[in-house]
Design a protein around this ligand. Structure first.
Ligand code: PEP
Ligand code: MN
Length: 353
């Protein structure tokens, strides 16, 4: 059975959101095998649903369906566990790979219970990010499995819940998985575009983005008749559509040993470092003037925040950013950060005895 760490990038995991019947699991497996790019077969057996009375999975009976399908097409299988009892029956059925879902990663008690149940089993674990954008909670869940002595603990990025999102079902917040990579450089990072997108039409774009961000693989839900799926129908695609998506994917190398490339890269990186230094100097200079203004405001006894001025600054910068091809989203973030730091400087001037 192939270990996750031995699979060549990109690692592709696919299968239905939920196992629905032995035939559905077997058919999906065969059609996925036929596209030739899938490494691991997935299906949810126990489904944590947001609202009660939606389909909550077929339960333990489905474990054997997945095992049988994996044997038939010669692919390793993986499923989700959400408590120690799930672990026990999944191990009994012969599972060597398991994942925990976003609703489990949020709860350290449950994660610990699952980790304890896995001690000494050598099971390969994939840990989905928690539903809330908390990098430390994700790291903590990974550490609990590492501490249970598991050698293969890797991560799945499935996006983060938000009250309102226009585009995604779960906001990708790419900086969080990138932060995880910084903390754990050797961990395999798998993106789950299905649960990020919640819809089919942007799966390919998000998959490409993940691969360009050096992710090691993708977990994408597939179904033989997606529109009839018992869960997550809107985001599932047929194995053949997945095949097309994977064919279109441009997989660029994460590393190279081409010296000429490194040399040109070094030159450009040097320039970036210089600019970054200049930026910090400029910001410091701006803060100096901000402090002078703070002293004036103090003398006049007027508030730090002058709402019209703040509006004026934003409008001036939006126009400039637009011309310079900088996104409005970026410029807002940047201005807010600058503004907060300016307020901090003026506050210290105001409070100076
Ligand atoms: C799933 O993979 O089907 C699933 C339930 O995902 P998540 O935990 O990311 O919601
Ligand atoms: Mn799903």
């Amino acid at each position: 059975m192939q270990n996750i760490n031995d699979i060549r990038r990109p690692i592709i995991i696919s299968g239905p959101c939920s196992a629905e019947s032995p035939e559905q699991v077997m058919d999906t497996a065969k059609r996925l095998k036929a596209i030739g790019k899938v490494n691991i077969l997935r299906a949810g057996i126990w489904k944590p649903r947001t609202r009660p009375n939606s389909f909550e999975g077929v339960g333990a009976i489905g474990l054997q369906w997945l095992i049988d399908a994996g044997k038939e097409v010669d692919l390793p299988v993986i499923t989700e566990v959400a408590n120690a009892q799930h672990v026990e029956v999944a191990l009994k059925a012969g599972f060597k790979k398991l994942w925990i879902g976003a609703r489990t990663s949020v709860n350290p008690f449950t994660v610990q219970e699952i980790a304890d149940a896995l001690e000494g089993t050598g099971v390969e674990m994939l840990v989905k990010n928690p539903i809330n954008p908390d990098l430390n909670l994700w790291i903590g869940a990974i550490e609990r499995f590492q501490n249970a002595g598991l050698d293969s603990v890797n991560a799945i990025h499935r996006g983060f819940s938000s009250f309102k999102s226009e585009r995604y079902r779960n906001e990708p917040m790419w900086e969080i998985p990138i932060g995880l990579r910084t903390e754990f450089p050797n961990i395999k990072l798998i993106c789950d575009p299905s649960h990020i997108c919640g819809r089919r039409d942007i799966l390919e774009e998000v998959s490409q983005k993940a691969i360009d961000l050096a992710f090691d693989g993708l977990m994408i839900e597939s179904h033989i008749t997606p529109d009839e799926a018992w869960s997550d129908a809107k985001q599932q695609i047929t194995p053949e559509v997945l095949g097309e998506l994977l064919n279109n994917l441009i997989v660029r190398d994460v590393e190279t040993d081409d010296q000429a490339f490194f040399d040109s890269l070094e030159t450009l990186r040097g320039k970036i470092n210089e600019i970054d230094e200049e930026l910090v100097e400029l910001i410091a200079k701006r803060m100096g003037i901000v402090e002078e203004i703070g002293a004036f405001k103090k003398m006049q006894n007027i508030t730090i925040l002058q709402p019209e001025r703040w509006e004026e600054i934003k409008n001036l910068q939006f126009a400039a950013a637009d011309k310079a091809n900088l996104s409005k989203k970026f410029i807002i973030k940047y201005l807010e950060a600058i503004h907060q730091e300016s307020i901090r400087h003026q506050t210290s001037v105001m409070n100076r005895k």
